[in-house]
Design a protein around this ligand. Structure first.
Ligand code: GCU
Length: 437
C-alpha cells in the first residue's frame, strides 16, 4: 500500500496542478466580481453576416475550425492525416477480469516501416457477454494504460519519468507494478463493461509527452518541413497531437469487427478533455462526446474571466498550444474563439458537459453557459439542445425523459472523474444508442 501511495505521489508530481483544489492565490473566487461580458456568437460569420439556416452552418463551421487552428491548437498537418499506419495486434482477445471481458492490446505504428519511431499503445476491453458490434468509449489517460485498472495482463509500456519541475533529461521508464490500477476510480472500466460498452484507452505521452520542452520527443518533428527545427506560428501543440492520436486509434477501431464503427464515444478529463473536444471538433467519427471539466481552452468561457486565464495556460503549458496563442495573454475578451464555439463545433452530435462544484479553476458556470449558448446551434440543426437556461442544483443532471443532445451536470466534489460522472455518461449513451444491459 505504501509503495503504491508513493508511486502515485511521484506520478502526480508530473502533473502538479491536477490536484488543484479551489482557486489558487491571486485569482478571485467571488463570482459577483465578474465584469460584464458579451459572448461571441456562433451564428454570426466573422464578416458580421448571419447564419440563418442549417445550410449556412457548414461554412461557419469551417470558419470556426480555422480560428481554433490559428489561435489555439494549431493546424493538424495534412501529411499527418494521411500517414500510413500499421496496426500490430500484440494480444488478441485474452479473457480478463474474471471472465467478464476480453482484452486486446494493439500497437499503432505511425510509420508503415519503422518500429523505432513514435507509436501508440491501445488497450481495448470488450465485454465478454456482448453480442454484435459493440459501441466503445475511448479516452486518453495521463499515466499509462496500466493505471486504468489493476489487471496484471496490461502491458507495462514505457511512460515518461520526468517530473515537470526537475531539470534532468527526459526519459522513458517501464512503470512500476505498483502503478497498476492507480486510476481505477477515475476510469470505472468495470462499470463501463458491465453496461455493455467496450472501453479503449491510450497513454497521452505515447503521442507527445506532457512537459514544456517535449517537442523533439513526440510526433511533431515527424511532420516538420525540410530544414524545420522548431514549430511555426500555426503548427500544432500537444493538445493537437493528442487529438490526432485519438483519431488514429479510431482508424484502428473501425477495422476491428467487434467494434461498432459508428458508435465511438470519446471522453477526457481536464487537459485530456480539451484534447477530446478538439479531436471531436475535427473528426466526425467521434459520435458522442463525454467531457469532464475541460475548463478554459476547452468548453469553459474565457470571456467570463473567472478561474484560469490565458496567461496561466500559456505560461504553465506553452507546449499545449500553437505559438500564436501567446498573442492572447491578457486578452480574453479579444481572442476570436471561446468554449461556446468549441461546443458548437460538436453539434449536432450528443455531448455531455460535466463540471464539479469545487473545481472553480475550470469555471463550472462557464462550462454550463457555453452549453446553453451552443444549444442554439443544435436547435438550428434540428436537434434538442440543453433543456434549461437555469444553472442546475448540484448533483441534479439536466435531464429529460425524452432524448436530448446536450446534457450537463455539476456534481459535488473536486476536479476529478468519479463513478457519479460515469453513471450519467453511461445513461446518456443508453439514451442515444439504446440500453445494452
Ligand atoms: C491545470 C490546468 C488546466 C487543466 C488541468 C488538468 O490545472 O491549469 O487547464 O485542465 O491542469 O489537466 O488537470
Amino acid at each position: 500500500m505504501m509503495r503504491r501511495t508513493l508511486a502515485l505521489a511521484v506520478l502526480l508530481a508530473t502533473v502538479p496542478s491536477l490536484a488543484h483544489a479551489q482557486m489558487p492565490a491571486g485569482y478571485d473566487p467571488d463570482e459577483s466580481h465578474i465584469q460584464p461580458y458579451t459572448l461571441l456568437d456562433p451564428l454570426t460569420f466573422s464578416d458580421g453576416s448571419r447564419v440563418n439556416t442549417a445550410a449556412d452552418w457548414p461554412r461557419r463551421r469551417t470558419e470556426l475550425l480555422r480560428l481554433f487552428e490559428q489561435n489555439v491548437y494549431g493546424r493538424t498537418p495534412e501529411a499527418a492525416k494521411h500517414i500510413p499506419l500499421r496496426f500490430h495486434v500484440d494480444e488478441a482477445d485474452t479473457p480478463a477480469l474474471g471472465g467478464k471481458a476480453l482484452r486486446r492490446q494493439i500497437t499503432v505504428y505511425f510509420s508503415a516501416r519503422r518500429e523505432d519511431g513514435p507509436k501508440e499503445h491501445l488497450l481495448l476491453y470488450l465485454p465478454a457477454n456482448a453480442h454484435g458490434p459493440i459501441p466503445v468509449v475511448i479516452g486518453l489517460n495521463f499515466f499509462g494504460n496500466q493505471t486504468v485498472l489493476a489487471d496484471p495482463g496490461i502491458r507495462l509500456n514505457p511512460v515518461w519519468a520526468r517530473a515537470q519541475h526537475t531539470t534532468g533529461p527526459a526519459h522513458l521508464e517501464t512503470p512500476a507494478e505498483s502503478t497498476r490500477g492507480m486510476q481505477t476510480q477515475e476510469w470505472q472500466v468495470e462499470k463501463v463493461l458491465a453496461r455493455g460498452y467496450a472501453f479503449a484507452t491510450i497513454y497521452c505521452g505515447d503521442i507527445d509527452p506532457d512537459f514544456t520542452d517535449s517537442i523533439q520527443l513526440g510526433v511533431r518533428p515527424l511532420f516538420y518541413a525540410p530544414g524545420q527545427t522548431a514549430p511555426a506560428a500555426e503548427d500544432w501543440g500537444a493538445l493537437g497531437t493528442w487529438a490526432w492520436g485519438l483519431s488514429r486509434a479510431v482508424d484502428y477501431l473501425q477495422t476491428d469487427r467487434h467494434v461498432a464503427p459508428h458508435r465511438i464515444a470519446v471522453t477526457g478529463h481536464s487537459r485530456l478533455g480539451k484534447a477530446a473536444d478538439w479531436a471531436a471538433a475535427q473528426d466526425p467519427r467521434f459520435a458522442i462526446i463525454l467531457s469532464t471539466e475541460s475548463g478554459k481552452a476547452g468548453q469553459s468561457l474565457y470571456r467570463r474571466r473567472y478561474g484560469e486565464d490565458i496567461r496561466h495556460l500559456e505560461h504553465s503549458f506553452p507546449h499545449w498550444f500553437c505559438q500564436n496563442y501567446a498573442k492572447w495573454v491578457g486578452r480574453e475578451t479579444e481572442i476570436p474563439v471561446d468554449g461556446n464555439l468549441m461546443l458548437s463545433l460538436l453539434a449536432p452530435r450528443p455531448v455531455y458537459v460535466a463540471s464539479a462544484k469545487d473545481d472553480l479553476w475550470s469555471d463550472p458556470r462557464g462550462e454550463f453557459l457555453s452549453a446553453v449558448d451552443a444549444s442554439r446551434v443544435y436547435r438550428l440543426l434540428g436537434h434538442q439542445g440543453l433543456v434549461t437556461t437555469e444553472f442546475p442544483p448540484v448533483d441534479h443532471p439536466v435531464d429529460t425523459p425524452v432524448q436530448h443532445d446536450v446534457a450537463y451536470h455539476i456534481r459535488t466534489g473536486k476536479h476529478d472523474v468519479t463513478a457519479y460522472d460515469w453513471d450519467q455518461y453511461l445513461s446518456f449513451l443508453d439514451l442515444h444508442w439504446g440500453r445494452r444491459q
